[in-house]
Design a protein. Structure first.
Length: 295
């Protein structure tokens, strides 16, 4: 029987004393995947990605799962994935996809391939003067500053004109974007693709007084039936990837004032795939995994 490993980390593993507030999402993914993989004749195990290589001795395929501390250990994470591949283990998504996706400058490449993207400044560091210059350049009084290597809105800041302290600095390589009202009105739309095919879509809304849509900040999700034009816009991002469609992808999009859907993120590393909005997600993934083990 082939064995599938779902990677987790110290902050998502059940029983950890340092479990994240959103670790319940790990539990929901496992609940969706484990029975579906077993029905498909596939054994299933959850393994900490930082475990020794010996822990993967009998593993045939690894899913990156809920390795949600990778952004602070990115080089070690990539090295582990490459070591697993060197052992002949199928890694999904593969190390070369992770290397491309791990720094958000990939969005610049997607835009160069014709993808509709949010206007973005890419800066190694920035201070208060840089922040105000960005506001002037975007013609806005609010900007969002994000880490170029980051996840889950960690370290993200919303800055408003006149409220940025003179000694403010952002100490990470950054991406700077105008704040778009759509995030608090319509919300963010996410499109889940399994093996290149659209599985389901959802709308993510921020809590009152918030703009971050993650569950850690009180965000909520609901199933969304995409229009043909919305599905086509999300499909265009998959088609713009510089490699074949991976096992899974979550395309997060936000609507512009002219109704264009713009890509916010193409999440290809360890995205949460929202099984609550897709009762058959586990079966879809099981079929895609089985296909990869046969090729």
């Amino acid at each position: 029987m082939s064995r599938i490993a779902f990677l987790a980390c110290e902050t998502t593993l059940p029983g950890s004393g340092h479990r994240r507030g959103d670790a319940f999402e790990h539990d929901l993914m496992v609940k969706s995947l484990e029975p579906a993989l077993q029905v498909a004749g596939l054994d299933f195990a959850v393994i900490d990605w930082e475990a020794p290589l010996e822990a993967f001795d009998d593993v045939d395929l690894v899913m990156l799962g809920s390795a949600w501390n990778y952004q602070d250990k990115s080089m070690a994470f990539l090295a582990k994935l490459e070591a697993l591949e060197a052992l002949g283990i199928v890694v999904s998504n593969p190390a070369h996809v992770v290397r491309w996706n791990i720094t958000k400058t990939y969005l610049r490449e997607l835009a160069g391939r014709g993808a509709a993207a949010i206007p973005t400044l890419w800066l190694d560091r920035l201070n208060a003067d840089d922040a105000h210059a960005a506001m002037d350049g975007f013609g806005t009084d609010r900007i969002v500053v994000k880490r170029q290597v980051g996840a889950g809105a960690e370290g993200q800041e919303l800055l408003m004109r006149g409220e940025v302290p003179g000694d403010w600095q952002f100490e990470h390589p950054a991406m700077v974007q105008p704040f778009l009202e759509a995030i608090t009105k319509e919300g963010e739309l996410s499109f889940i693709f399994i093996d290149g095919e659209l599985s389901h879509a959802l709308r993510k809304k921020a809590a009152d007084g918030e703009y971050r849509i993650q569950s850690l900040y009180g965000g909520t999700e609901s199933a969304h039936e995409p229009s043909d034009s919305e599905a086509t816009a999300a499909r265009a991002i998959i088609d713009a990837l510089p490699f074949d469609a991976p096992l899974y992808a979550r395309i997060d999009m936000l609507r512009a004032d002219d109704d264009t859907l713009m890509v916010m993120e193409a999440e290809l590393i360890e995205p949460y795939l929202y099984p609550e909005q897709a009762p058959h997600l586990g079966e879809r993934i099981a079929r895609a995994v089985a296909k990869r083990l046969k090729t």
